[in-house]
Design a binder for this molecule. Structure first.
Ligand SMILES: *Cc1c(COP(=O)(O)O)cnc(C)c1O
Length: 337
């Protein structure tokens, strides 16, 4: 771990991660796995500087999708994005616009537990870029990346590693767009937000500046575990099993309902469960926390009477079952009191 990130031990670690991500998603042979420091939030700024030419069209159905819309709105050199918005708990895709050069949406909305399919939007112009925020989808949900120009993620969700890194599977069209925009005189792009520069470093199995090596080691070992498990097919089955346990429990418990009412949009990796007014979800969460069962709170700003359960591949399906029993036990005692 003490060596330079420009020396072979780290180069081969980065190259190994790039190859495993490419294998896991069977990415098209001309796509590139690009990475850099800063996490998905930094990638939003990078897309703002390096990928959107003039105007984007976005889908917003939760807090993370809204944050990218905000980042684009702040850029003085871009027109405000078109925003197609669905109520939280539901989902939507961006709408088509003749002057949209970029389309963006979230594969799995971590704040609400809603997910949508990923494929090139029918009817979008051929040179429009499709950017998918897969931060909490990648490594848990499958996707065909052939029509997609940037499928970006961070290691701290399905990959059970640590934060601070962004990784994007980029198409040739995305990298050409980045080359062109970052070379323009009328757009100042800082090096840390220059996707073309990041891609040059990634082609040499490097990052622009020093990455956290421990994060790379954790990510590599989780990817190895996923591939040993049987790749995306096995992962899909595992998270389907976990989420089936959670959602069928929530449908059958008289005090709970899945927040995402349309089963097609229900995330297999982030489950959101609403409680009726007889049970205070934050009290359930506090009792669980005092007993060592942590981080099942709903997303703060949603302000719902809700629990939100991570069912990433590293989570044992049996633990999801055990959690539902602990919640039942807690509800029974609360209602008895
Ligand atoms: C967690 C998350 C982010 C933010 O990721 P950071 O690495 O913390 O910047 C963005 N989008 C989605 C969908 C997320 O789940």
């Amino acid at each position: 771990m003490g060596t330079s990130h420009r020396k072979e031990p780290v180069l081969s670690l980065v190259g190994h991660i790039q190859q495993m991500i490419a294998d896991l998603y069977s990415i098209p042979s001309d796509h590139r796995v690009v990475l850099g420091n800063g996490g998905s939030t930094t990638f939003w700024d990078m897309a703002t500087c390096s990928l959107v030419e003039k105007r984007a069209s976005l889908a917003v159905f939760g807090e993370f999708s809204r944050k990218f819309a905000k980042a684009l709105t702040k850029a003085p050199f871009l027109e405000d994005p078109y925003v197609n918005e669905a109520e939280v708990g539901s989902a939507c895709l961006p709408t088509l616009h003749a002057d949209a050069d970029t389309y963006g949406w979230v594969h799995n909305e971590t704040s609400t537990g809603a997910c949508v399919p990923v494929s090139r939007l029918d009817g979008a112009s051929e040179d429009a870029l499709m950017l998918i925020d897969a931060t909490s989808a990648a490594g848990g949900l499958d996707a065909d990346l052939s029509g997609i120009d940037a499928y970006y993620l961070a290691p701290q969700k399905n990959f059970s590693a640590d934060g601070g890194l962004w990784i994007a599977v980029c198409s040739p069209a995305a990298l050409e767009r980045a080359e062109r925009l970052c070379a323009r005189d009328d757009r100042w792009v800082p090096d840390s937000l220059n996707l073309a520069l990041a891609a040059k470093n990634s082609a040499k199995r490097q990052t622009l500046n020093t990455p956290a090596i421990a994060t790379l080691i954790l990510l590599a070992s989780q990817l190895e575990w996923m591939i040993d498990l049987g790749g995306m097919t096995a992962i899909r089955e595992r998270v389907a099993h976990s989420s089936q346990i959670l959602y069928s429990w929530a449908e059958n418990n008289p005090h709970t309902t899945p927040f995402v009412s349309d089963p097609r949009y229900r995330s297999p990796v982030v489950g959101t469960i609403d409680f009726d007014e007889s049970v205070d979800a934050s009290e359930v969460s506090a009792i669980l926390r005092r007993n060592g069962i942590v981080d099942v709170d709903s997303y703060r700003s949603l302000k719902r009477n809700q629990l939100r359960i991570g069912m990433f591949p590293a989570v044992e399906p049996d633990d999801v079952l055990a959690l539902t029993r602990c919640i039942d036990w807690t509800i029974d005692r609360l209602l008895d009191a």
